[in-house]
Design a protein around this ligand. Structure first.
Ligand code: R5P
Length: 320
């Protein structure tokens, strides 16, 4: 008998199956139903009484549906007397709403945190949230893991020595610094000015990119606007048209492919925190199932069966 119960919402069954394989624990049986009016309900087929339950659900698009489904899971587990409920949220939607942009704006990350807690969630596991400080929105433990080591491994030995790592905005400097350390490359920062919720403009390139291949790193690719404009600015500053884009979360919305499927872009590397079903040969998907399996083991108080290096090797093996 396993020491905990693993449940999957409907957002990303493939990742859940990968985590279940890594842990050698089957996914619990449950049913998710959507009513004609859009309401969501969940039924757990087996008892979770006095058990620790891990519910895997990225709050990826459609964000609100997946979030409400996760809340329904938590509520069902709480009412069924689970001893502890851990929400495994590989992609945390609303993390970008971490402060008020202007007066009379909401802070949705805080509201999502409140909803998760009131539904019965005792702990959250997440990966590269847009801003790590969203942890401060919670009164429960938040385990923040990073896919950077796993993604950097996918680059090792494949980028020339003169390559620079580019942070497309100041917010990405922390990530870029970590990539720079892991790959032993220097970091260049772009200064981005936000024109509206969807429009940004690169005003300065801080660092030398002339005749250098570049790796642009970010926490997410949403519409591709940030990366697309970064590519334009880098090429205008003399960067070599040999660009790799790396992001933890590949939302790939609204024409992102049109902005990034360019002759100058050699590869786009993303994790599988969000389902990736695109027929786009330049996209390489690196699995974070081994990382999340280790996160779950640790949260369950079990001894991780492998070292960090072994987890990275497992990630590569699980990668398409
Ligand atoms: C913004 O600060 C984030 O780190 C990403 O750069 C941004 O959200 C990506 O969105 P898009 O692909 O729509 O530009």
């Amino acid at each position: 008998m396993s020491e905990f119960v693993l449940l999957s919402g409907t957002a990303h069954p493939v990742l859940s199956a990968g985590i279940s394989r890594e842990l050698a624990i089957p996914l619990g049986s449950c049913t998710v139903e959507r009513f004609p009016d859009g309401e969501i309900t969940v039924h757990l087929d087996d008892s979770v009484r006095k058990k620790e339950v891990f519910v895997i659900q990225p709050t990826s698009p459609p964000v609100n549906d997946h979030l409400v489904e996760l809340l329904a899971f938590a509520d069902a587990c709480r009412r069924a007397a689970a001893s502890r409920i851990v929400a495994v949220i590989p992609y945390f939607g609303y993390a970008r709403s971490d402060k008020r942009g202007q007066r009379r704006d909401p802070i949705m990350a805080s509201t999502v945190a409140a909803l998760l807690q009131v539904s019965g969630v005792d702990q959250v596991i997440t990966v590269d949230p847009h801003s790590p400080q969203i942890e401060g929105c919670f009164r429960i433990p938040v385990d923040t893991w990073s896919a950077v080591d796993t993604l950097a491994l996918a680059l090792r030995g494949r980028i020339p020595p003169q390559t620079v790592i580019v942070a497309p905005d100041v917010g990405a400097v922390r990530l870029a610094t970590r990539y720079g350390e892991l790959l032993d490359r220097s970091v260049v920062v772009l200064h981005k000015r936000r024109e509206s919720a969807t429009q940004t403009e690169v005003t300065h390139v801080v660092g030398d990119v002339r005749n250098r291949p570049v790796v642009i790193v970010d926490d997410m690719i949403s519409t591709g606007g940030t990366i697309g404009r970064s590519i334009d600015a880098l090429l205008a500053s003399g960067a070599r048209p040999d660009i790799i884009v790396v992001a933890t979360h590949g939302l790939m919305l609204d024409g992102a492919r049109v902005k990034l499927d360019l002759p100058s872009v050699r590869e786009v590397i993303v994790s599988d925190s969000i389902p990736q079903a695109m027929d786009w040969p330049a996209v390489r998907v690196v699995s974070i199932a081994p990382l999340l399996a280790d996160a779950i083991r640790r949260a369950a108080g079990l001894k991780p069966p492998r070292t960090r290096e072994m987890t990275l090797v497992a990630a590569m093996a699980a990668t398409s």
